[in-house]
Ligand binder design. Structure first.
Ligand code: PLP
Length: 361
């Protein structure tokens, strides 16, 4: 076997996390968000494992086509709809649902000849995130125009996205919910509001369809929490091996820039993982890793292919010993905190040279 850097994707943990979403929002349709290669976990195996989801949410037509080519026949929703009119025939042919979030998209749909297409549509409302969607004052008219549009069938409901739901003390979410309620002309109209944070912390956001993303991958969306606190299980474990150990002397500088200097004679290990694999370049000295399942600290700068670790806690550690960078036993949320990023970005950043393997234990 060659270089040991690998990401093991635990499909039983994924299904467990899906059940947690179902349990939190049992009456709702569940749109599992698997865009960006299922947050770096591998879209096709993830989709196959999530057979209990009702719909898959992806970012663009290409992602949906990958799923269709792999034989996934479940409904698929394009969360940003179409970017150009020439995508519409494929959207129709592959029975995709779309979000319509802009006047531009609405105008394209209106311009199509009668009966040319029939595409199910969610109308996106900007309730306060100020990213995509119709402003509240424009929703009633957009809703009417969509319903009168022969290319659209049916209009599925109103969708919005929460900006601050990861903070259970922030008032923005309550205001967004009020805003959506005010533009919903009739309570029989379906609404989809909740991302993972909405599902876990804001029951009033559950509406008729929920859209879990990060919680499916075992991460708590709530600030300062780990998935374990929400009974979620990590799905991706990023691991590698020690490829060298050496005894360094007091005052030896380790790695590029000599940023970390040995405070005493000590053993230092080198792990085959680096920013070329997606390990965060900005992870500082002190970021934990697991060597043989026990915590050790990253020391010095992260290189493209390697990191160095402090082996004073286990001087007997040797070449080929296993090292976990995040996942089982070491929450990605914790590593993200050290590296001033978020677990979403860690997962999406794992590069193609890291072997991805699935396990179903
Ligand atoms: C429109 C939409 N809904 C739901 C989600 C899922 O969010 P989360 O991963 O925080 O659950 C996303 C992710 O960014 C999204 O863009």
């Amino acid at each position: 076997m060659s270089r040991a850097a690998r990401a093991v994707i635990d499909l039983s943990a994924l299904r467990h996390n899906l059940q947690q979403a179902h349990r939190a929002a049992p009456q709702q349709q569940l749109i599992a968000i698997i865009k960006a290669d299922a947050y770096g976990h591998g879209m096709v195996p993830v989709a196959r494992a999530l057979a209990d989801a009702d719909v898959f949410g992806v970012a663009c037509l290409e992602e949906a086509l990958n799923l269709r080519e792999a034989g996934i026949d479940k409904p698929i929703l394009l969360l940003e709809g179409f970017f150009h009119a020439d995508e519409l025939p494929l959207i129709q042919r592959h029975k995709l649902q779309i979000v319509v979030h802009s006047e531009h998209q609405l105008a394209v749909l209106k311009s199509l000849p009668a009966q040319a297409l029939s595409i199910p549509v969610w109308l996106k409302v900007d309730t306060g995130m100020h990213r995509l969607g119709f402003l509240p004052h424009a929703v009633a008219e957009a809703w009417q125009r969509l319903n009168a549009c022969p290319a659209v069938a049916p209009v599925l409901g109103l969708m919005t996205h929460l900006a601050n739901a990861d903070d259970s003390g922030d008032d923005t979410t309550r205001q967004q919910l009020e805003c959506l309620a005010a533009v919903r002309p009739d309570p029989s109209i379906a609404v989809s509001i909740a991302n993972s944070a909405g599902i876990l912390a804001w029951p009033a956001s559950h509406g008729t369809a929920v859209r879990p993303g990060i919680m499916l991958y075992g991460v708590s969306p709530m600030l300062g929490e780990t998935g374990q606190q929400r009974n979620l299980r990590p799905v991706m474990t990023l691991s590698s091996e020690l490829i060298s150990t050496r005894q360094c002397k007091k005052d030896d500088a380790v790695g590029y820039g000599g940023r970390w200097v040995c405070p005493e004679d000590m053993p230092v290990g080198v792990v085959a993982i680096g920013y070329g694999d997606g390990y965060p370049r900005h992870a500082p000295s002190g970021t934990p890793v697991l060597v043989n399942g026990r915590r050790a600290a990253l020391i010095g700068r992260v290189s493209m292919d390697m990191i160095c670790v402090d082996l004073r806690g286990q001087p007997a550690a040797a070449v080929s010993d296993p090292v976990t960078l995040w996942g089982d036993g070491l929450p990605a949320e914790e590593i993200a905190g050290y590296a001033s990023t978020i677990a979403y970005a860690l997962f999406c950043g794992v590069t193609s040279r890291v072997k991805k393997e699935t396990t179903d234990g």
